[in-house]
Design a protein around this ligand. Structure first.
Ligand SMILES: C[S@@+](CC[C@H](N)C(=O)[O-])C[C@H]1O[C@@H](n2cnc3c(N)ncnc32)[C@H](O)[C@@H]1O
Length: 362
């Protein structure tokens, strides 16, 4: 007997980080959508599928039925929602289109990913509205912050993941962080055309210490703060802006690769050589869990932006594995007559995020 494969649609597909993670589990991608031309080309080069374009122009009836919809949705348009109440006010936002798609296709599960800051937008009211809207579409909704460094990748990349499921709630507590956080040095190329910087160009601090995040800040480049290229109102998203010219040791993890950095100004300190060099583009893709065979965009600046915008594939793999193990894509009769919301006995655990009133997480 042949087992039916779990299928998914890759929405806001970018360069396919979700797809890499889920295909590793044998899941089958039946559909993709991405409006950025450069991303679409890379997606095609790697998966042989050219994603459809803007979600707002797509006829949902032409999208095949799938078990899972994945969406690392853009967060900027949210600044206009949350201020007002009611579904009509969200019209025109990307999230609204995504909700329309969920309503039309009714997948068993939706996996949504976004930056941690989404939790804090407008004092948490935007996030609250997102959760409520998904519940209104008759989904159980759970969310959690997951960090790439806990899933075998040497990068402090914390993202909020929302799992909306039709038949029973997703249990995030079953996702166990790996015991060992890898060191960046385990992921570095042995040879290559490395760009070292001269000793005179940086200053090392005296007693570097590993932070809880896994980062070991060792020094900084002797340069003025770099502010160019940051979009207005996205300063909070920019690691480059907040951590200009910082240098981290390869004996810790690397900071989040940001999508705004198009020149790859990521500087790493190699204690064994007592030298500082740039992290290479290959190494950037490696610390996001992309395979060696991945075909990047020919333009280096595009390739940097694309990987910074993508998702840590190991985290997607873990989520997919749990979705499978918790049988979320199989209708479960026990839950068929459920009422939306929680029974007292399944009171969710509160994730302590200051200013956030939601309790729908575990
Ligand atoms: C955060 S990125 C997702 C990246 C993806 N998860 C990956 O692994 O590369 C969001 C993506 O949504 C795309 N996007 C934004 N608005 C869109 C729209 N209206 N229709 C389709 N794609 C859109 C952007 O071009 C961007 O690549």
């Amino acid at each position: 007997m042949t087992m039916k494969r779990i299928t998914f649609a890759d929405i806001f597909a970018g360069i396919g980080g979700f797809r890499i993670g889920l295909e590793r589990l044998g899941f089958e991608c039946l559909y993709s959508c991405e409006k950025n031309e450069a991303c679409r080309q890379v997606y095609f080069d790697n998966f042989g599928d050219l994603p459809e374009m803007d979600i707002s122009d797509i006829d949902f009836s032409k999208i095949p039925d799938v078990n899972i919809i994945t969406a690392g949705f853009p967060c900027q348009p949210f600044s206009i929602c949350g201020k007002r109440k009611g579904f009509s006010d969200r019209r025109g936002t990307i999230f609204f289109h995504l909700c329309n798609l969920l309503q039309a296709k009714k997948p068993d599960v939706a996996i949504l990913e976004n930056v941690k800051h989404l939790l804090h937008l407008e004092k948490g009211s935007v996030f609250e509205e997102i959760i409520t809207t998904l519940e209104d579409l008759d989904y159980f909704v759970r969310y959690s912050l997951l960090n790439a460094k806990d899933f075998g990748l040497p990068q402090n990349r914390e993202r909020v993941f929302i799992v909306a499921s039709k038949h029973k709630p997703f249990n995030f507590s079953r996702i166990k962080p790996k015991l060992k956080i890898p060191q960046l040095k385990e992921f570095l190329s042995k040879t290559g055309d490395f760009q070292y910087i001269d000793d005179s160009e940086y200053t090392l601090i005296k007693h570097p210490k590993q932070q809880d995040s896994g980062l070991i800040f060792v020094g900084y480049r002797n340069k003025s703060i770099w502010k160019k290229g940051i979009r207005p109102h996205t300063e909070h998203l920019s690691r480059v802006h907040r951590q200009p010219n910082r240098i981290y040791s390869v004996e810790g993890v690397h900071p989040t690769l940001p999508s705004q950095e198009s020149s790859g100004r990521f500087f790493i300190y190699l204690p064994e050589e007592n030298r500082v060099r740039k992290l290479t583009i290959e190494e950037c893709y490696r610390i996001m869990g992309f395979p060696k065979s991945f075909k990047r965009n020919a333009s280096l600046s595009e390739a940097y932006k694309q990987i910074g915008n993508s998702v840590a594939t190991n985290v997607i793999y873990e989520l997919g594995k749990e979705i499978m193990e918790q049988k979320l894509t199989v209708p479960c009769s026990k839950f068929n007559n459920r009422a939306r919301g929680f029974k007292k006995s399944e009171k969710p655990i509160q994730l302590t995020i200051p200013g956030l009133r939601l309790t729908h997480c575990n």
